[in-house]
Write a protein that binds this ligand. Structure first.
Ligand code: ADP
Ligand code: ASP
Ligand code: MG
Length: 417
């Protein structure tokens, strides 16, 4: 007997039939004798619809009201799943973030979990074998008493945080793919499912665009050393052997992984925009004059490339920002033009970032060089490059994203045979 968190994403609870299917998965674990806390997302498409309604109501809306609205999708699914479970004779109740409570920061729309009190849930496991059905994505700020949300994809983070709070043995993330693949299997049909992946590699994959897990959930898994298992909710619950190992991917510490490849996977993101500041004076303080105002405007800068000045007088600086922040970033730099001192701004929004990830890169040289040759062979122009210990990224024209990902996937021997 153990204690489990089971998280179901939007497509897994997209309608009442799918919620019934989820309930059968839950029943399977309850029948096997486990204490179960379930975390649910909103029905597929629901959060997008709610976000759209907020924008429609007013483009400059109050972030606290935005959270009150978008948190409602999860309230519905947690109640529905509880009703279906009760109908199957399973003791269950729904919990909203504020009821547990899941205490978060007050950064509305991207709040961080500060603390979760798991005592009552554990008490009810012991006292009445009750399944806790928890609305993902939401929490409450203790100072303001207002509902908060954790950023898109945040139910993954709710699940791992709850798993840590109730000292679960494992956190199962049920989704619409049967694990973490070497790259998005919807883009590269030859992508291979990984049996295991280290937290560090998963963290990079998620932060570079693989949306299968929210980045913060992986960080929490790593901090709490909580095994996270990604698996499919579409498998028939009746076909799963409760004592066997189902198909899926275990995210765990590096030491638990025997097989090691130099490259673990490839991620990509089309949510990028490039801004080039031309002919800036090459003198101390210029980078600060550019990035200071961007930081103040809360704009996340990702890749930064600065040329070495040819004439000792002026140079060019290129950086990327999320596409959604592009207009603000451009305005911010334009407003600071007098202070920065530059000739002109060039920009591109039809760009994508492709990242190659692998902790094996720490001990292997020349991994990136191979990629540059392969991309050149496909006539793909590289606009910018960044590298770190276990990954490198290239910025390319968005139209070549799929081609670049497939080329690199084959190059590093990741294709399914
Ligand atoms: P959920 O609604 O269950 O949270 P998401 O849509 O957030 O599901 O995440 C699952 C999706 O992530 C998959 O459908 C897949 O297209 C995408 N994905 C991107 N990269 C990967 C990867 N490396 N492995 C598996 N899935 C990936
Ligand atoms: N429903 C939220 C979203 O769509 C949270 C989640 O599904 O994880 O972003
Ligand atoms: Mg998700």
């Amino acid at each position: 007997m153990g204690r489990l968190v089971m998280k179901f994403g939007g497509t897994s609870v997209a309608n009442i039939d799918r919620i019934r299917n989820v309930a059968r998965h839950v029943k399977r674990e309850v029948d096997a004798g486990h204490d179960v806390a379930v975390v649910v997302s909103a029905m597929a498409g629901k959060t997008n619809e709610l976000v759209e309604w907020c924008r429609d109501a007013s483009p400059m809306h109050d972030a606290r009201e935005y959270d009150a609205i978008v948190a409602s999708g999860e309230q519905v699914t947690s109640g529905l799943l509880s009703i279906v479970l009760q109908g199957m004779g399973i003791q269950a109740r729904s919990w909203q973030g504020w009821q547990i409570p899941i205490r978060t920061s007050d950064a509305h729309a991207s709040a961080r979990i500060l603390e979760i009190d798991g005592a009552e849930i554990i008490h009810r496991f012991k006292d009445r074998q009750e399944v806790a059905v928890i609305a993902g994505f939401q929490g409450i700020n203790p100072q303001t008493n207002r509902v908060t949300t954790l950023g898109r994809g945040g139910s993954d983070t709710s699940a791992v945080a709850i798993a840590a709070a109730i000292r679960a043995d494992r956190c199962d993330i049920y989704t619409d793919v049967d694990g973490v693949y070497t790259t998005d299997p919807r883009v590269v049909p030859k992508a291979r499912r990984l049996d295991k992946i280290a937290f560090e590699d998963m963290l990079e994959l998620a932060s570079q665009g693989a949306k299968v897990l929210q980045v913060r959930s992986v960080e929490l898994g790593m901090v709490h050393n909580m095994p996270v298992f990604v698996r499919s909710s579409f498998d028939k619950p009746e076909d799963i052997d409760p004592h066997g190992t189902p198909p899926g991917t275990l995210i765990c510490s590096e030491e638990e992984i025997m097989e090691s490849h130099v490259v673990t996977g490839i991620a990509f993101s089309k949510d990028e925009a490039q801004i080039s500041v031309r002919q800036i004076e090459d003198k101390p303080g210029v980078a600060a004059a550019i990035f200071g105002p961007l930081a103040e405007a809360n704009i996340n800068v990702d890749m930064i490339v600065q040329n070495v000045s040819e004439d000792g007088k002026t140079t060019d600086l290129t950086f990327t920002v999320p596409a959604s922040d592009y207009a603000r970033a451009r305005d911010t730099i334009s407003s600071a033009k007098a202070k920065i001192g530059y000739a002109r701004l060039d920009s591109a929004t039809d760009v994508a970032k492709v990242s190659v990830i692998g902790s094996g890169m720490r001990s292997h040289a020349g991994v990136a060089a191979q990629a540059f040759t392969a991309l050149a062979g496909r006539n793909i122009n590289i606009r910018a490059i960044t590298t770190s210990e276990i990954k490198f990224s290239v910025l390319i024209d968005a139209a070549y994203t799929e081609l670049a990902v497939r080329t690199l996937h084959t190059l590093y021997g990741l294709d399914q045979t």
